[in-house]
Every structure is written in C-alpha cells, then in structure tokens.
Design a protein around this ligand. Structure first.
Ligand SMILES: [Cu+2]
Length: 487
C-alpha cells in the first residue's frame, strides 16, 4: 500500500519554531506564499486576541438555472487568498472563492445538479456527506477528476431535510484538501421543516467550526496527523470571532468541519441550548442541554434563546475539549446581545416522526484501530486492514436492514465512524441507550478510545459500492476506510 507520506516524498518534519514546514510538505502551494502574504519581511502574523473580529455569515450559492425542475449550479474549485487572520492574506482552496465554503440551499424532492470545474493542480472529488446519491455521484475516493477538467454531480434529494455538507474526498489528499478549505454546507429543507415555526431568515445561521494551524506568514500549515499543532479555532473562517445577535431565538446550524478536532461546546454562563436536530435532520422532540459534542463531520441543529439576556450581555460559546489549552482552543465565538427584536418563532414539542426501523437480520462487527506505538507512518485500519479500493469488505443485500457493532479498539486515539449513502440510527453506546443528541438520524458517530456503538442501517435505495471510514480525515488518508457493496 502506498501511503500518503511516501507519495509526498518524505517524512513529515517541523522545523524552527515548530511552525514552518519544508517546501516539499506543502505541495499545493507555491514557495512564494510568505512573500505573497505581504507579511514575509515584516512582523509575524499572529492569531488576534479572541472576539476582535466579526463572524461573517456564509454566502448562499446561487444557481445558474432553475429551469427543468432542477437547480443547476456551476462551481469553480480554485485557490484564492482570503483574510483569516487580520493583516494576512492566506492561500486557501475554495468552492467559488469562498472560505469557508458557501451554503447551498436545496429542497427535498427537487434535484440539484452541480458542475464543478477543477482549476487546482491536483485531482479532486466532491462528496455530498450524508446524501443519498447513486455511486457515480457519490464522489468516492478514487472517482476523482483531473486538473483543468469538470465533473457534474446530480443530487436527487429524495431524502428528508437535513444539514448536509460537501467536501473533497480524493484519496490520500482529502485531509489536506479539506484542511485547506474544500468544504461547504448543504442545507436540505423539506415541507415538514418549513411548516414548523422555527427561527428562520436572518435568525437561522449556519456556522462552520474547525481548527487550523498557521505559520508566521499567516499561511495554513498542513502536517499529516497534526493533532497538537492545529490550535486556532475558526468560526465561519475567522479566529474566535464575535457575532452580534438580537435578544430573541436563533437557530444555529453547526458543522464541525475540522479534520480531527472534537468540540465539546457550552455557553460561558452554563445556559441552556435546545438541540433540535442531528446529522440527518430534525429530532422527533427537542431537548434542552448545556453541552453539545461534535466530532469531525457531525452536525447539530441548535436553538439558543437570547431573550433571557439583557441587551449588552456577552456570552461565549466555549469548547471544553482539548487538545490545546483553554486559551488556545477554549473560546469558539462570542454572542454579543446588542438589540431587542420581535420573535414569533417557537420550538414545537414534536418536530417530526422518524422512520420506523425495519427488523435487522444481518449483524456485523467492525473494529477501528490506528497504530499508536509511535511508528513513523502509522496505519489507519478497519478490521486490521488498510483500505484497498478493489476489495469489497462487506456485501449487503439490497433492501435489507442490518445492525453494525463498531468498536474503537485504540487506547488513546479517538475515532468516529461514517457510512456513505445511509442515515443510520445509533441504538446503543457501550451497551446503554444513547443520549437524546444521538437519537435521531446520523451518518457519523463518535467513538472515544474503547467505546462501542451499535448502529441500525437500512440499505433500500441504491445498489453499488460505497465507502465507510473514520472521519478524522487524516486517519482515513492513512487507510482507515473500507468498502461495502449493496447488490
Ligand atoms: Cu480515526
């Protein structure tokens, strides 16, 4: 198996202050980035104090056509420079120049067609995470398209509303491509959701959370498996920003687009949040909680009612999980309550009905491990094997439901588990029923060391081959991925 590191031609090494990498380790960027940033010769670019930059809202991608009963989009995948840290222009890889990626708003039952033009120097593939799509539209790891070519993906949206996202999935490069910016939000809405009086319009705010590492020129530093180096937290592409809100309810569509960082979020006053949805859309019933956990690729749909605060109050959304110190990674963003506003929205006691779970006949066990003995090139393994795109690891009868018992057999390293194509249910975590935040439809489930989850999935849509993998993307790039074939 060729590893990503050998592809890049050398060991990963940090030099100097631990923030600079050798040229060969940044294959996507030119060696001129330091000068190009305008900061190379001057003072080093630093992460600003928290809450000194404003959090932008994400731009909504506009279709080039709405004719023929479908929404058609044309997206250019390109490298641009954007301000992330104040005073620096950081080279990033983008969908249409947006960092982080834009929001595509889709509706259940209405097809979306996207033509992506790849202007990078590397092959890419685009995967709609959480989407029920045919194998040829899934953006699989080997199903890439080359520089200076285009690829059209068709998304039928024959699934209930959900907060999905799309991101690069080119094998061995997905982790670096996503780290450098190739991820975007895809909000699929349906009639059930639209009939609910939830906060909407300017009061529904998608927020993409992630971590990053920068060098002294303000450029992104990608080092494989850099668990401890990525200690700057970005919310919608800015470091620990502030966001002005009215004293009323807001709906936040949270996405953890980090490669490897787990967030455990809380409000600085310990205040309650109302979680209304998970990866696969709305929960059946909302529940109040003072903390929300998000492993990489997980989403949470959360309502916060700021009407309980006086105008002038500042509430920090904190992250209480490392790696990184609270000073580095503890302050995600600050909500500044700056005005009052009328609020006719509310969170109903019943949000929707989840599909019944069909009787499962087949049971499978899956074991995730990664070499954690300190070797130079750790492998990511599923059932003791690195991914082989030609090997079918599970063969599934079309139309059937199955129970998958998935274990993280590592002692130190956390993982999570993502299946393409399906939204599953998490039946149990470590032998006990799951908490409400995992009780809805899910496509990604976290697995701390030693943990086991039991999942229920139904394979009644498309036939063909799809991958399942750890969504700590540096791990899947190391091989922690496998294939299932539905036939
Ligand atoms: Cu993993």
């Amino acid at each position: 198996m060729v590893t990503r590191r050998s592809l890049l031609g050398g060991a990963v090494a940090a030099t100097g202050a631990g923030l600079l990498t050798t040229g060969g380790l940044t294959p996507l960027l030119s060696a001129r980035t330091a000068e190009a940033s305008g900061a190379g010769a001057g003072k080093p670019v630093t992460v600003p104090p928290p809450f000194t930059v404003r959090m932008p809202t994400l731009p909504v991608l506009q279709p080039i056509s709405t004719a023929g009963g479908q929404d058609t989009y044309a997206v250019t995948i390109k490298e641009v420079a954007r301000e992330i840290l104040p005073g620096a222009q950081t080279k990033v890889l983008t969908y249409d120049g947006h960092f982080p990626g834009p929001v595509l708003r889709a509706r259940s039952g209405r097809k979306v067609v996207i033509r992506h033009r790849n202007t990078l120097t590397m092959p890419v593939s685009v995967h709609l995470h959480g989407g029920s799509v045919s194998p040829e539209n899934d953006g699989g790891p080997m199903d890439t398209f080359a520089p200076n070519t285009s690829r059209t993906y068709t998304y039928p949206n024959q699934q209930p509303g959900a907060g999905l996202w799309f991101h690069d999935h080119a094998h061995h490069m997905e982790s670096e491509h996503v780290f450098r910016g190739l991820s975007a939000t895809y909000l699929l809405s349906d009639d059930t959701e639209r009939s609910l009086p939830l906060p909407s319009g300017q009061y529904e705010v998608p927020i993409a959370l992630r971590d990053a590492r920068f060098d002294e020129a303000g450029q992104l530093v990608y080092v494989m498996d850099d668990v401890f180096g990525r200690t700057t937290v970005l919310a919608n592409g800015r470091p620990s920003p502030y966001f002005e809100v009215a004293a009323r309810k807001y709906r936040f569509r949270l996405l953890n687009s980090s490669n490897m960082r787990f967030f455990q979020l809380r409000l600085s006053d310990g205040g309650q949040m109302i979680q209304i949805g998970t990866d696969g859309g709305l929960l059946e019933h909302p529940f109040t909680t003072d903390t929300i956990g998000l492993s990489p690729a997980e989403r949470a749909d959360v309502v916060i009612d700021f009407s309980r605060y006086r105008v002038g109050t500042k509430i920090v959304l904190e992250n209480v999980m490392g790696p990184g110190t609270p000073d580095q990674v503890g302050k995600v963003l600050r909500f500044d309550v700056v005005r009052t506003a009328p609020d006719a929205s509310r969170v109903p006691e019943t949000l929707r009905t989840l599909p019944a779970m069909a009787n499962a006949i087949v049971q499978r066990t899956i074991v995730l491990t990664m070499d954690e003995d300190g070797r130079e090139e750790p492998r990511g393994l599923i059932d003791d094997q690195v991914w082989d795109y030609q090997r079918i690891d599970q063969t599934i009868a079309h139309g059937s439901s199955e129970i998958w018992t998935v274990t993280n057999a590592n002692k130190i390293i956390p993982h999570n588990f993502h299946m393409h194509l399906v939204q599953f249910r998490v039946l149990e975590r470590n032998g006990t029923p799951v908490a409400p935040g995992e009780a809805g439809l899910k496509d990604t489930v976290r697995l701390f060391p030693g943990e086991t989850v039991k999942l229920h999935a139904t394979f009644d849509t498309y036939k063909g081959t799809y991958v399942y993998h750890c969504h700590l993307l540096d791990h899947s790039a190391m091989g922690m991925m496998a294939n299932f074939r539905i036939r």
